[in-house]
Design a protein around this ligand. Structure first.
Ligand code: MN
Length: 325
């Protein structure tokens, strides 16, 4: 179970100077605000806010954003007033909490593509501050994790909204683990049978996949070694939703599993990221239009990563992410 102390510990791993006073105070405030039995989120609200903060800590956000995560729901149940919040934590935190609150209460209707697009724009316009978007994404993930207890109707509506609005935003920000988890959890509610089938087939191909991963990993390892670069290389099966989309799109079956693996190379510096990219592209032919540079994009540089797709050793499409530790 997440506690305020585990969040502080998590935050100190990337904010070593953190004075935890404010976060502890927000934790207490959160607990008190949700003591009233009226639970708008249908489960333990105080625990939900802690989970949101823990997700934010995994995104390595600043102290203010962690506090906003802890407090993001305190106004909803009206146990706490805006004045209380402002006098306890200041105007900035109050206004961030209010915007986050407003965004999650936008009425969403199942809609055509144009409406989805305008919803997305409104979302981004309201949350000019990236920190609010991160809080909303973390909030959504926490709710998706707790969706098992909801009605079938809610599960479907909520999952569709997650897939149409939230996952694409996470994707634009380059936060791939969050995007993947949102998508996979949505798929499980929207297409439960296909999800179960995928899960069992993926398990069935495990050994073959592991052999392939080992082989490619050694190849990349040699490539780095010869060029004097220290790096850590991992290979993983792509997340369920991307496999599902690929199968829908191209009609391939899971027999072609090489197409479904992604590699990640962790290096020490941004300069080495580009060096590794050059080595990969010199070894395997890159697929045009698949290269994304999340290092050079200044607004989202909390995530320093280069993404590319190349034609791998068996003629398969092979995704490679190169990032700093
Ligand atoms: Mn919430």
């Amino acid at each position: 179970m997440t506690t305020i102390e585990t969040i502080i510990e998590q935050a100190r791993s990337y904010l070593p100077q953190l004075d935890a006073t404010l976060i502890r105070r927000a934790g207490q405030f959160n607990t008190h605000a949700h003591e009233a039995p009226k639970l708008s989120c249908g489960r333990d609200c105080a625990q939900h806010s802690l989970e949101v903060a823990a997700i934010l800590a995994r995104l390595k956000v600043d102290e203010t954003t962690l506090v906003v995560g802890l407090l993001h729901d305190v106004l909803t149940d009206q146990a706490v007033s805006a004045e209380d919040l402002s006098s306890g934590f200041g105007g900035t935190i109050l206004s961030l909490v209010e915007v986050a609150d407003k965004i999650s209460s936008i009425p969403y209707r199942k809609s055509n593509q144009q409406q989805v697009e305008s919803f997305r724009k409104m979302f981004v316009a309201m949350a000019r501050d990236l920190r609010v978007i991160l809080v909303c994404l973390a909030d959504r993930l926490s709710h998706m994790r707790a969706l098992d207890g909801s009605s079938d109707r809610d599960q479907v509506d909520y999952s569709r909204e997650t897939l149409e609005i939230y996952a694409p935003i996470a994707n634009r920000l380059g936060i791939s683990w969050l995007k993947s988890e949102l998508e996979d959890r949505s798929l499980r509610f929207l297409e439960p049978e296909k999800y179960a089938e995928l899960a069992s087939q993926i398990t069935a191909h495990k050994e073959e996949r592991n052999r392939y991963v080992t082989q490619v990993r050694e190849r990349i390892c040699d490539l780095l070694g010869v060029n004097g670069i220290q790096g850590e290389i991992t290979g993983r099966f792509k997340h369920f939703y991307s496999v599902y989309k690929k199968m829908e799109r191209t009609g391939v079956d899971l027999g072609q599993i090489y197409d479904l693996t992604a590699f990640r190379v962790l290096v020490d510096s941004v300069r080495e990221c580009y060096e590794v990219l050059g080595l990969i592209h010199a070894t395997w032919k890159p697929i045009p239009g698949r290269f994304k540079d999340y290092i050079a994009m200044p607004k989202v540089n909390m995530y320093q990563s280069l993404h590319t797709t190349v034609i791998g050793p068996y003629g398969e499409r092979m995704e490679v992410q190169i990032r700093t530790v």
